[in-house]
Design a protein around this ligand. Sequence first.
Ligand SMILES: Cc1cc2nc3c(=O)[nH]c(=O)nc-3n(C[C@H](O)[C@H](O)[C@H](O)COP(=O)(O)OP(=O)(O)OC[C@H]3O[C@@H](n4cnc5c(N)ncnc54)[C@H](O)[C@@H]3O)c2cc1C
Length: 423
Amino acid sequence: MNNSISRRKVVGGLAAVSMTQVNAKETIRGRARIVIIGGGFGGASAAMHLRSIAPHLDVTLVEAAKTYTACPFSNLVIAGLRDIQKQAFGYTNLSRAGIKVVNERAINVDTHKKSIGFNDDRTISYDKLILSPGIDFRWNAIEGYDVASANIMPHAWKAGAQTLQLREQLRSMDNGGTVIISIPPAPFRCPPGPYERASLIAHFLKSHKPKSKLLLLDAQDTFSKKPLFEKSWLEYYPGLLERVPGSESGQVIRVDPKTKTVFTDFDTFKADIINIIPPQQAGKIAHLSGVTDDTGWCPIDAITFESRRVPDVHVIGDSTIAAPMPKSAYSANLQGKICAAQLVRQLSGLDPISTTLNNTCYSLSTPDQGFSVSGVYRNNDGIFSPVPGSGGTSPIGQPISSKISERHQAFEWFNTITREAFG
Ligand SMILES: Cc1cc2nc3c(=O)[nH]c(=O)nc-3n(C[C@H](O)[C@H](O)[C@H](O)COP(=O)(O)OP(=O)(O)OC[C@H]3O[C@@H](n4cnc5c(N)ncnc54)[C@H](O)[C@@H]3O)c2cc1C
């Protein structure tokens, strides 16, 4: 199924793009059909990269939504600081680039016949399939938290209607109300995301409803960029924000939407607004394709992103088991490009080639300040491992000018990856 490690030429330190220096047009025999399911940061980036490095390939992108709503910066929308339209991206530029865009939900994948099915019984065939379906929620992993409860206690962890709902709840809450954010155990999409959300909601409350309180009920004891977040909370939101860690009974195990109550092992909390970020798993189509394991996520070869369970199916983005790489848009975009390049090598009869990958996650602690965490990873043994001595977070005592500059970099990063993915 997967190429053995001994066949691999291990070339460390290569950037994704350098792998594309194979004259794919001359070497690939036939017109291979590549189908990608999921047009988010992973899938759209993979599609665009395939078109640019191997323009003669037949590339189809299957995406359920006509408009993609990006999650990075959606916490600003919740805090009333950004228009959701700025998060919206269409697929016209992908069509213009020669990608066949099918705006429908794939409902099954037959990995023996190599075909994808839709609601109207139509199917499309593939030679190679890339799955980038993002996450789905483990409904009822928190007792009582199902699709119906999410209408009262929004998750806002897939950007769109839920983002606006949480924003509206904040707008209409009385000054003096209580807001709860419930944070699940890892792994989940965007490890620093809940704490950025807490910071920006705290900013909203401080500015508009200063008698209010924000309570974080956290299943985790520690979290991404903890010292940086905690320092900024003390500095900007003292007395407004409180966090209960997992070891002090912070994990929410049951909810009652009717009474707006949440339960942990030992405590009960009532609030005016309850934002439940539920436990997560790989997108449903990954389960239906047989590429998930008992964890609910997808084991992959770290060099090629080929599934360890099903041949000719590659998985990228949030659905994968790629730790220590986080589930982020930065990772999904880079994984999409590397996967595309490895597929072209594979179709050209070339050995896979190892790479060095990286990730940077920016978080906003106030609307005009940010900080970041970076990591560098190798994949030469078929698994991801951190490069010793690399990466790290912004310094804890960084001057305000650096925090302002990091916020600016965050926007530049967002503009770059959305351009790469959506043209
Ligand atoms: C509040 C928040 C803030 C965040 N901030 C950041 C940040 O600052 N930086 C960062 O790097 N990351 C951030 N992230 C994480 C980032 O959004 C995700 O990691 C990223 O979107 C993952 O990309 P993906 O391609 O795996 O999945 P997605 O972007 O979710 O794309 C999956 C796509 O697949 C489609 N799909 C699923 N199933 C099917 C099917 N059966 N048929 C057709 N289409 C299907 C979906 O419609 C969706 O468009 C944030 C996340 C949240 C929630």
